[in-house]
Design a protein around this ligand. Structure first.
Ligand code: GLA
Length: 375
């Protein structure tokens, strides 16, 4: 079923993302190790002969209709601000558009449904109107839409992962130099599984906890006179005079940047026990120093480790959302059984889970194979 009279002239899809390790360091100039998940957002676009923008969503059944000139000052519902922000910052003189959105990236689960939406639209428009942006430029436009138009500070990890990911690879994305490379991560060859556990605690990153962490890093960087916290060594940190809360936050950042380097080495030498240990240390640091975890995520990750996972940690912005678990494949269902039981005992909402492996980034959808699901 299409939401407008005709099938879209062009369609693109982009994935949500998981992150093996490197949490809350993208906006501090760190290296992150994300990958695309299988859930994706699809966007269909058709040009119009006037200057009207219509956006409709299969999920929310919401729709908006505005004129192009209204975009700059528009302040409507958040869901529509992501695509409008992309239109705004693409900066091209486009005609009116009919845009329909469909997808299965859960919202508020820390899996970057917003990046999936921004990136699929940016790619579709870039392709259809031959705008000539490189993939990384599209990711930056999507990030700008989120920061400046939606009003949500963020780093570039989610958009880079949504656009640049490759199957069976971890994206090694350097948020300081913006260089990307890939590390092989063939789970099947090692009988490993990645389990994403959605705690069902809906985080709202626009609520302020994320922004305050972002500001803490920025104020430390300025106080220390650095171009980037990437240049902050453990020794410099020890000697620095910092407010105790800011010191805790920055200690996480410095430690997490080191853990990413160690994880890269462990991945290359296929030492997955070491990768798991580093994930566990990342969780402890996010919980105790950065203070962005929550009881549900702590419980899910504890249980996963007890059952035999190699590593488990909260993932994404935090304050709810999802955990990522690296485990021998055969333990996946046992882990979920035990997590479900433990959640029920605590009267927490039942968690959801997804078995994942690194998938492909944003793609133009082949017309022949494309169909919006009927709903
Ligand atoms: C959110 C942001 C990202 C990143 C993560 C935490 O997903 O959008 O830029 O900061 O949180 O690592």
């Amino acid at each position: 079923m299409y939401l407008f009279d005709n099938p879209p002239a062009i369609s693109a899809s982009a994935p949500g993302r998981a992150n093996l390790i490197g949490e809350h360091i993208d906006y501090a100039g760190g290296v992150v190790l994300p990958f695309a998940i299988s859930a994706r957002t699809k966007v269909g676009v058709s040009p119009r002969s006037d200057k009207t923008i219509r956006i409709r969503s299969h999920q929310t059944k919401d729709q908006i209709e505005i004129q192009r000139y209204e975009i700059a000052k528009w302040r409507g519902p958040t869901w529509a601000r992501y695509p409008l922000g992309v239109l705004h910052f693409l900066g091209a003189d486009l005609p009116g558009l009919d845009i329909e959105i469909d997808g299965n990236v859960p919202r508020g689960a820390g899996l970057s449904s917003s990046a999936a939406l921004e990136c699929s639209l940016a790619l579709a428009l870039n392709e259809y109107f031959t705008l000539g942006f490189f993939p990384l430029e599209l990711a930056k436009i999507a990030q700008r839409a989120e920061i400046e138009y939606v009003g949500m500070p963020c780093g570039l990890m989610d958009q880079a992962a949504s656009i640049l990911s490759k199957a069976n690879m971890i994206l090694q994305f350097d948020c300081l130099t913006l260089e990307s490379t890939y590390l092989p991560f063939d789970l099947e060859a090692h009988d490993l599984g990645i389990l994403i556990i959605d705690s069902q605690v809906k985080h709202k990153l626009v609520d302020g906890g994320y922004a305050s962490r972002f500001r803490a890093c920025e104020s430390a960087r300025i106080a220390l006179g650095l171009d980037s916290l990437r240049h902050l060594t453990p020794k410099l940190l020890e000697e620095a005079k910092l407010d105790p809360i800011i010191r805790k936050r920055v200690s996480h950042v410095v430690g997490e940047m080191q853990r990413v380097e160690e994880t890269e080495r462990a991945l290359v030498s296929e030492d997955f026990h070491e990768v798991g240990a580093l994930m566990n240390a990342s969780h402890a640091s996010l919980r105790d120093l950065y203070e962005v975890s929550c009881e549900e995520l702590d419980l899910a990750t504890d249980i996963a480790r007890e059952v035999g996972a190699l590593g488990a940690r909260m993932m994404g912005g935090g304050f709810g959302g999802s955990a990522i678990v690296l485990t021998p494949k055969h333990l996946e269902s046992k882990i979920m059984d035990e997590v479900e039981k433990a959640f029920a005992n605590q009267n927490y909402a039942p968690p959801r889970h997804y078995s994942e492996k690194p998938g492909v980034g944003a793609r133009i959808q082949e017309k022949e194979t494309f169909a919006f699901k009927s709903s």
